[in-house]
Design a protein around this ligand. Structure first.
Ligand code: PGA
Length: 245
């Protein structure tokens, strides 16, 4: 049976307390379900917990406790009711020099504590222009998943986010995304034994292009940054993808 689509909001480092208060007023009045996952800046996490939607973190560390100033462990996240964690976002890879080895360790630690991992992968514009997209995705997938036990893969969701599409108002064509999703599923099946893995698309998804992107036959949902900040527009996106109106 086909899994229901999900929508993941990545707030990144946006909004101050007043904005969050306004956001909550709107979102908590909507009849949402667990197909919606909000990943707020972690300082605001408690405000989003125990609602009709699920909550994720934008990053978690690869240790469960200890002297790691500034980090949050999957064990801590799970203890307050967080269900998801985004791992390997391109902004973490580039700004914070997160290595593919760190990413692999973060995935394993998160799954040990029953979090679902949203693993982000994607190519740069340079990779794309040099026709290296498949090669880059293959390397990212291999390095992220190689050390996982097979059952752990049931807790992995992949978000295909071309780096050049993030925050740029540009997206690949539906055909390109669909072909890449096929490729990702085939890669993952080498570890999982089947292609039953959710693959999301992320990068400049908006209320204007969501209907078109939602036509991609093999997509399992979307990871949304900028367009998840403006709550009314975000609700419209949710309604077009996960709520049957
Ligand atoms: P964007 O970001 O929707 O603003 O392009 C997506 C992401 O970085 O996850």
């Amino acid at each position: 049976m086909e899994k229901e689509k999900i929508i993941v909001a990545n707030h990144k480092m946006n909004m101050v307390a007043e904005d969050i208060a306004e956001y909550l007023k709107v979102i908590n009045n909507e009849a949402l379900n667990k197909q919606v996952i909000i990943c707020p800046t972690s300082i605001y996490l408690p405000y989003f917990l125990k609602r009709q939607y699920d909550v994720g973190l934008q990053n978690t560390f690869f240790k469960s406790e200890g002297a790691y100033t500034g980090e949050i462990s999957p064990k801590q996240a799970a203890s307050v009711g967080v269900k998801y964690t985004i791992i390997g976002h391109s902004e973490r890879r580039s700004h914070f020099k997160e290595s593919e080895n760190d990413i692999s360790k973060k995935i394993i630690e998160a799954i040990k504590h029953n979090l679902k991992v949203i693993l982000c992968i994607g190519e740069t514009l340079e990779d794309r222009n040099l026709l290296k997209t498949d090669r880059v995705l293959k390397r990212q997938i291999n390095n992220a998943l190689r050390a996982l036990e097979k059952e752990m893969l049931d807790n992995v969701i992949i978000a295909y986010e071309p780096i050049w599409a993030i925050g740029s108002k540009k997206t690949p064509s539906n055909e390109e995304i669909s072909t890449t999703v096929h490729y990702i599923k085939a890669m993952v099946s080498q570890y999982k034994g089947n292609e039953d893995i959710m693959v999301l698309y992320g990068g400049s998804v908006t209320n204007d292009n969501i209907e078109e992107l939602n036509k991609i036959e093999n997509i399992s949902g979307f990871l949304i940054g900028g367009a998840s900040i403006e709550v009314n527009g975000f609700i419209k996106i949710i309604k077009k993808v996960v709520v049957n109106q």
